[in-house]
Design a protein around this ligand. Structure first.
Ligand SMILES: *Cc1c(COP(=O)(O)O)cnc(C)c1O
Length: 404
């Protein structure tokens, strides 16, 4: 990978201080920081060509439309998606999943079964529970082992001709586990079930080839991959997107409106009601350009070295236990120290300028599984350094001494 000092210079926020200390930002699984290259694209949009898209005849509207549609093509290429109409701009993963869950209301009935993995983010649990309430379908859970890996043997037993949908994250935000989605998709397709993969946590670390995966739906949030908040993607195979009814009604998603009858626009516009996050969509494309400029393969290798180093160093601390020790995992470390509440550790780390997350990480069932109230989670990005890990380890050790 490019020199990390050079990379850090792209991120203005990384040179600020917090509580008088240099910022050590280790909450990347919650949101990533934004490089100047993406900030410039946002400033440029509002400085030069802010306009509503797809309907104006004037120059600014044309420029904005072109830039927005180019961003859609960048996303299409990045994820190797067959057609740009299969790329739906959304406000993020939560919105993307809700579009699918709403759409399946008309396609399910009592007796149908949906399988959800035990390590999902709430946004990949709750919309499906709501769908089950509407349709009478049943939600079943694919369990995990103590290491935080899915029990694939149980998954295969749960699959049946009643299974209509399977959902799972590509990478767990709470544990870092990389799930074997190739196998999950293949086994689901063998019983004609569709698969929704939540790629929110994977997109900044792994380049997913959606055609090779043959996945039915895949979701991404731009703010986890150096883009802005409030924008993301829903990928859906066009056969599926054609079957699903629209999620929201309004402008942009229609072909023709009369008081007698309204017809819907073609894909992707059918799922893009109202004025979208135009600037956000363009910046999403710029964020992918930025990541590809460094290289996802290079990023993954560097982050793996950070993970190995941080794991080794943190485990030297007395009473520290790591949750999520899967053989395949990304640079997320969820941990606790015996007898100390995670929130108390997080508070002391903040005083020392270190940003980590504490709590259940929107994945309460995982915490229930381990019978803990939550964890401290340090999640790393390609712009983090070994020196920052040393600062984290020293601060955790200091917190342990103060609190025990
Ligand atoms: C962040 C995250 C989400 C939710 O994404 P939003 O951007 O808040 O919609 C869902 N799943 C996983 C695995 C995540 O990491």
């Amino acid at each position: 990978m490019k020199d990390v000092a050079q990379i850090r210079a792209d991120f203005p926020i990384l040179s600020r201080t917090v509580n008088g200390q240099p910022l050590v930002y280790l909450d990347n699984a919650a949101t990533s920081q934004t490089p100047q290259q993406v900030i410039d694209v946002i400033v440029d949009y509002y400085s030069r060509y802010n306009a509503n898209i797809h309907r104006g005849v004037h120059a600014l509207s044309q420029e904005a439309t072109d830039a927005y549609e180019q961003a859609r093509q960048k996303i299409q290429q990045h994820f190797n998606i067959a057609a740009s109409r299969e790329v739906i701009f959304t406000s993020g993963t939560t919105h993307s999943i809700n579009i699918v869950a709403n759409g399946f209301t008309t396609l399910l009935q009592k007796g149908d079964e949906l399988l959800v993995s035990a390590m999902e983010h709430h946004s990949n649990i709750v919309p499906w529970q709501m769908l089950c309430e509407r349709t009478g379908a049943t939600l079943k859970v694919i369990p995990m082992n103590r290491e935080g890996e899915l029990r694939m043997d149980v998954y295969r037993e749960l699959l049946s001709e009643n299974t209509k949908l399977v959902f799972c994250n590509h990478i767990s935000n709470a544990l870092g586990t990389i799930n074997p989605i190739e196998e999950i998709i293949e086994a689901a397709h063998a019983v004609d079930a569709a698969v929704v993969i939540d790629g929110a946590q994977a997109a900044p670390h792994v380049k997913a080839d959606l055609q090779a995966l043959d996945v039915d739906f895949y979701t991404v949030s731009a703010h986890k991959l150096c883009g802005p908040t409030g924008v993301g993607m829903l990928y859906g195979k066009s056969e599926w997107l054609a079957k699903l009814p629209p999620y929201q009604g309004g402008g942009e998603m229609i072909a023709e409106v009369t008081f007698e009858k309204t017809t819907y626009a073609d894909l992707p516009h059918k799922f893009e009601a109202g004025t979208p996050n135009i600037c956000g969509g363009i910046a999403f494309g710029a964020a992918l350009d930025y990541l590809n400029g460094i290289g996802l393969t290079e990023i993954a290798a560097y982050e793996a070295s950070l993970l190995a180093y941080a794991t080794e160093e943190l485990l030297k601390i007395a009473g520290l236990k790591i949750y999520g020790t899967a053989a395949h995992k990304t640079a997320v470390i969820s941990f606790n120290i015996e007898g100390i509440h995670p929130y108390d550790i997080g508070t002391i780390l903040d005083k020392l300028g270190i940003a980590v997350r504490t709590g259940h990480h929107c994945a309460q069932p995982i915490m229930d599984f381990y019978q803990i109230p939550g964890t401290v989670r340090a999640s790393f990005s390609f712009y983090n350094t070994k020196e920052e890990i040393d600062a984290l380890v020293a601060a955790v050790e200091r917190a342990r001494k103060m609190l025990s």
